[in-house]
Structures are given as structure tokens and as C-alpha cells.
Design a binder for this molecule. Structure first.
Ligand code: SAM
Length: 377
């Protein structure tokens, strides 16, 4: 979203896509998964359940979110197939396509909406005006935003969390990840896929069942907008398609609070996390510079020593912030705090280029971003 090209590019021809192809899911989870999520072999499907909620249940009871998508009036979904989690094999031979299939299943109703193109234009206009509240505080925009911008980011985060050793370690050790401004689901989807990829299979190629000591990875998604309907659907799709369970693999938590008003709940969560992600959100806080600086201060004060902070955003001018007469890239505010943050990864411009021939109802963009991974000193 954050690139100027994204803002001015014409809307994609979504209405030409047939509803049948948008369903994109038969629940199978086999290694030869194709672009519609179907597969010829079905041995990996272990049980069938007709309720969409039966594979969920990981909503944090203590969080300010937790309503299931079905309770919010979820329209008809295909039958839910409970599949067995099989580590990397879970994602099949084409993990990127599997990621898009999960998203397509999640967004199926948005794609069918006659309102889709109009919303896309509204969102682009608001980005151009940097009116983020107009985008994210309009509930009808949120599923459209996710359908549109989550694919490239989820794919990019999948690559990031499977290729950077420090991030792989966080997943293998099943740590606590706190994802700020992450309501649209890119982090939940990309990191969940990466978890499947790196989860070490036993010698018989099966992932061991939970032992008493086993604990799930925690992905806590924070945002100031109410993304509950999108996130709970996405979580359902992840569990249904990849067999990821709450007890053995990933626990999902959600909370709603504003990064511009650092309250106690946020401080507590910052102190609890092993990894805090701030991806494509820090720039948006600069609509009020003093609040953005308060946010930086909160990171200094409340992240625990040794915790990791992952800061990712557009490598382009969208990330540049004017202070006085000078322009600064937003990462410079953290780079300057050398006595608090040790950079483990520091790259001002990287490209994520997705594999060719992915199938999704909208064009999937490549993206150019900067990345910083800091360790709190
Ligand atoms: C550009 S989107 C990025 C979403 C996600 N991190 C990703 O990488 O795809 C910005 C997100 O930040 C959230 N956001 C914007 N301002 C916020 C604030 N003040 N506090 C918390 N979240 C905020 C929006 O609701 C939205 O989900």
C-alpha cells in the first residue's frame, strides 16, 4: 500500500473472476496443491467436520477481541476439513500458492461484493491524502484492504521468517510475537506459514505431538481498528487448511488499542514479548510527530532486555519524515538510539519478488522495503 505506485495504479479487474474460482478451497492440504487449493491425493485429510468453528477456539479470552466470524454472521463456507499438521509438507510443493489459497478462502465474500471496486478507489484516495483513519476506521474497508494488500506482505513475511536465522529461531523456539498495527492479517498469515515451514519434523517425517513441555508459538495481533471479522476468519482458514492447532502449534491473540496512546495494556504486552514487529505502520504514526516520538520512547522503556524489534516499511519516499528542513527515513529514529537498540539486520532497500504464476483474483505486486532487526540492550 505504501508505495506511490500502489496509490495511482488502476483498480484490478476483479469482477471478471468467477465466484466458483474464488472459493479456492476444498479443504485438502496435500503436497500437490494447485492454485485453487485442490489436490488429487486426499490421504492427508483425517476428519471432516461441517462447522466452520470446530477448528478454531484459540481466541484469547482475556483480549478485547474474540468474537468468532461465524457469530458475526459468516455466510456459507465450504465444509471444514480437519487436516493433520505435517510441518513443511503442510504447505505443499508451492507454499506461496498455499498462502494465497488461505487468503482467498478468507476473503471470498469480499471478492464477490459488487462494492469491491468502489472501496478500492476510496482506499487509494485516502492513502494519497494520508488519511489513514478514513481507511482503517471504516469497517467496510477492512476486508477489501486485506484482500488487496495482504498477499504481497504475507508472502514477503513468509520469506523473511524462513530465511533470516534470528527470526527462524524465534519460530523454532516457539516464542511470543507481538505484532503491532497488524490487523489486516499479513503477519498472522505469513508468520503462520513460516512456522509450518520451519517446524522440525521427526525422523519419520511426522511432526511430533505435543509433550507436556511443548508450548505453542504465540502470535498476538494488535491494532487500533476492529479487525476481528477479518482476523477470526483468517485464523479459521489457517487452522482448516494447514491443520495448525492452538494447543500444539500456534496460539492467536488479538487486542485493540491505539499506538498513539500508550496505555498500560500495551506496556505490559511490550514487556512480555520476545519479538515485537512494527511492519508498515510506523510511518502512519507520523501524522502526529509528537505521538510517533512517544511511541519510540515506549519501545525504549518497555521492551525487555534481549527482546527483538523488527521494523519494516516501504523503502520509498513514503517512509520519509520531514523534521525542520530535513527529511529522515523513519528507521533513523531507532538507528540513532545506539545505546538501546543493537541492529542485527540493517538493510535500507530490499526487493521481495514473488514467484511467477501465482493464482489469485487480483494481481500480486512485488515490494521494496527497508528492514531493521534490533535487539534491545
Ligand atoms: C498499512 S497497514 C499495515 C498492516 C500490516 N502491518 C501489514 O504489514 O500488512 C497499517 C495498519 O496499522 C494500523 N494502524 C494505523 N494507525 C494505528 C494506530 N495509531 N495504532 C494501532 N494501529 C494502527 C491500521 O489499522 C492498519 O492495520
Amino acid at each position: 500500500m505504501s508505495n506511490a505506485e500502489d496509490i495511482i495504479e488502476p483498480p484490478p479487474p476483479v469482477l471478471s473472476v468467477s465466484p466458483a474460482s474464488l472459493n479456492g478451497d476444498n479443504g485438502n492440504n496435500c503436497s500437490n496443491e494447485n492454485s485453487t487449493g485442490t489436490a488429487s491425493a486426499t490421504h492427508c485429510v483425517t476428519a471432516i467436520d461441517n462447522t466452520a468453528t470446530s477448528v478454531t477456539g484459540s481466541h484469547n479470552p482475556g483480549s478485547s477481541r474474540g468474537q468468532k466470524a461465524t457469530e458475526a454472521g459468516e455466510p456459507q463456507t465450504p465444509p471444514a476439513y480437519r487436516v493433520t499438521f505435517r510441518g513443511r509438507a503442510t504447505l505443499g510443493k508451492n507454499p506461496e500458492q498455499s498462502i494465497l489459497n488461505v487468503l482467498r478462502l478468507t476473503c471470498v465474500d469480499s471478492f464477490k461484493s459488487p462494492d469491491f471496486q468502489g472501496r478500492v478507489q476510496e482506499i487509494k484516495k485516502a492513502f494519497y491524502a494520508r488519511d489513514f483513519d478514513a481507511i482503517f476506521l471504516t469497517p467496510e474497508n477492512l476486508p477489501v484492504y486485506s484482500a488487496m494488500y495482504t498477499p504481497r506482505r504475507a508472502l514477503c513475511y513468509y520469506q523473511m521468517f524462513t530465511s533470516e536465522p534470528e527470526l527462524v529461531k524465534v519460530l523454532r523456539q516457539r516464542k511470543h510475537i507481538y505484532c503491532l498495527g497488524a490487523g489486516s492479517g499479513s503477519e498472522l498469515l505469513g508468520i503462520s506459514a513460516a512456522f509450518c515451514h520451519v517446524a522440525a519434523p521427526a525422523p519419520d517425517h511426522k511432526v511430533p505431538r505435543a509433550t507436556k513441555e511443548a508450548k505453542p508459538l504465540v502470535i498476538h495481533t494488535q491494532d487500533y481498528a476492529d479487525w476481528t471479522p477479518v482476523l477470526t476468519r483468517l485464523e479459521d482458514s489457517i487452522r482448516r487448511k494447514w491443520g495448525v492447532t492452538e494447543g500444539e502449534h500456534i496460539r492467536c491473540e488479538y487486542s485493540q488499542n491505539n499506538l498513539m496512546e500508550i496505555r498500560q495494556e500495551l506496556r505490559d504486552e511490550l514487556g512480555r514479548a520476545d519479538l515485537v514487529t512494527v511492519m508498515f505502520v510506523f510511518n502512519e504514526l507520523f501524522t502526529a510527530k509528537s505521538k510517533a516520538m512517544e511511541f519510540v520512547k515506549a519501545m525504549v522503556m518497555h521492551l525487555r532486555r534481549g527482546a527483538l524489534l523488527l521494523l519494516v516499511d516501504s523503502a520509498g519516499s513514503f517512509s520519509s519524515v520531514k523534521v525542520g528542513e530535513r527529511n529522515y527515513m523513519s528507521h533513523m529514529f531507532f538507528d540513532a538510539l545506539k545505546s538501546h537498540f543493537k541492529p542485527l539486520i540493517s538493510d535500507d532497500a530490499r526487493w521481495y519478488r514473488h514467484p511467477a504464476q501465482l493464482d489469485y483474483p487480483l494481481p500480486v505486486e512485488n515490494m521494496r522495503y527497508f528492514i531493521r532487526l534490533y535487539q534491545k540492550l
